[in-house]
Design a protein around this ligand. Structure first.
Ligand code: UD1
Ligand code: F6R
Length: 371
């Protein structure tokens, strides 16, 4: 039931304040005078000791689920102190990459039925790793075949392009990082700040959804373009990849997410006064580096659309003209949840304006159960 919305994708984008609430329900503990704020993930609490002892955490997934894991990687590394590596499921299987008994492998999948991810799971089980599932579908093959896991609880997602599952997956993995790091005193203040940020997140997502009309106007400007680049780094490298994936899969427009640190190693050659480029430059430890990326793109007369923190419009666009998308600031590791929303809206409006099918893009299926 689409309710007041025209398409499922639109409904699911606008549902995110609620889906994030259900993802966190019963899992965040407010703390009190003598009790610290903490996270309780019923599905993994008995496995936390094993996870903390593992020599490596390996995230495995495809498409949007892979991107969600990439967004959560920095906070997991920070709070656990364990090396975290990333694997696209099909590539791990193609390479027969090394997986060890001392590894914790984490399988991220909205549907829980993706053939590539399932094959990687079989492979990790054979190699004796601890297998943890993060899935939206209770009773799915991944939920059944992993040793333990966390249900995303984002509610059923019908649009082929994953939106609300993405933001809920990031939140689950941030909670996973908090749970793993829970025994470390030195990071307690940081963890408590993130937990406060999680409590406020649904409200902030509601605020960023107000950019709907602005994103529709931007889509109108981009309607006839051939290509859109998206530059991000740090926490928001994943936002660049995921924003580009949304644009290409539903709006059927070429789009590429680029790690801004790689700009000079090739992509800069593409920059001219015609190609539209989104640069994600919200406040975090990478902000000044992104400012210099913007200056270099200006110097090549790049057509820039800069996503920045509210109030930063004037300071990000020095030395050139650009369009700005201003978003509210949250804890750095949660910022990808906010930053993807305008790009989801942009992809949605671009698709409708270009006259394509938003909920069932050509050649794609919601659940990819064949290889
Ligand atoms: C569980 C209940 C929830 C209830 C809550 C109350 C289920 C599905 N969940 O939620 O309804 O409100 O207790 O305390 O009944 N699992 C995997 N692999 C996965 C995902 C999950 O093995 O990919 C396992 C978990 O290890 C766990 C079980 O499935 O044993 C349920 O996981 P989850 O729903 O995340 O647990 P809770 O949040 O505790
Ligand atoms: C993109 C999209 C796909 C899926 C991918 C994995 O919007 O939906 O990239 O993310 O097919 O699917 P799951 O998460 O079900 O394993």
């Amino acid at each position: 039931n689409k309710g007041k919305y025209e398409h499922y994708m639109q409904k699911e984008i606008h549902e995110q304040p609620e889906s994030l609430k259900t993802t966190m329900r019963g899992r965040l503990i407010r703390g009190g005078s003598c009790k610290a704020k903490s996270v309780l993930l019923g599905g993994i609490k008995d496995h936390l000791k094993t996870i903390r002892r593992s020599r490596r955490i390996v995230f495995i997934g495809c498409g949007t689920s892979y991107n969600a894991a990439l967004a959560a990687r920095p906070i997991l590394e920070e709070l656990s102190g364990i090396p975290v590596t990333m694997e696209i499921a099909s590539d791990l299987v193609d390479r027969q990459g090394p997986i060890y008994r001392e590894d914790t492998t984490v399988f991220v999948s909205q549907s829980g039925e993706t053939a590539d991810t399932l094959q990687a799971l079989e492979y990790a089980l054979e190699n004796g790793a601890l297998c943890v599932g993060i899935t939206n579908t209770v009773g799915s093959a991944i939920a059944r075949n992993t040793h333990c896991g966390v249900h995303i609880n984002a509610g059923c997602e019908i649009g082929v392009a994953s939106t609300k599952a993405y933001t809920s997956q990031i939140v689950v993995m941030a909670m996973l990082a908090l749970a793993i790091g829970d025994d470390t005193i030195s990071s307690q203040a940081r963890r408590e700040a993130i937990i406060d940020g999680l409590f406020d997140l649904p409200k902030t997502v509601k605020e960023v959804l107000k950019l709907d009309q602005e994103m529709k106007d931007l889509a109108q400007l981009l309607i006839a373009e051939q290509s859109l680049l998206v530059f991000g780094r740090g926490y928001n490298y994943a936002t660049a990849l995921e924003g580009a994936l949304k644009v290409k899969e539903v709006a059927l427009m070429h789009s590429e997410g680029i790690l801004a640190g790689e700009m000079k190693h090739g992509p800069l050659a593409l920059v001219d006064e015609t190609l539209p480029i989104v640069v994600i430059a919200t406040r975090d430890a990478c902000f000044s580096k992104q400012q210099s990326v913007i200056q270099q793109l200006h110097a090549r007369k790049g057509r820039l659309i800069v996503m920045c923190t509210k109030g930063d419009a004037a300071s990000v666009c020095v030395g050139g003209s650009c369009r700005v998308i201003e978003v509210p600031q949250v804890e750095d590791c949660l910022q990808p949840v906010i930053n993807i929303v305008p790009l989801q809206l942009l992809a949605y409006h671009l698709t409708v304006l270009r006259g394509y099918n938003v909920d069932q893009p050509r050649n794609l299926a919601k659940s990819v159960t064949t290889q």
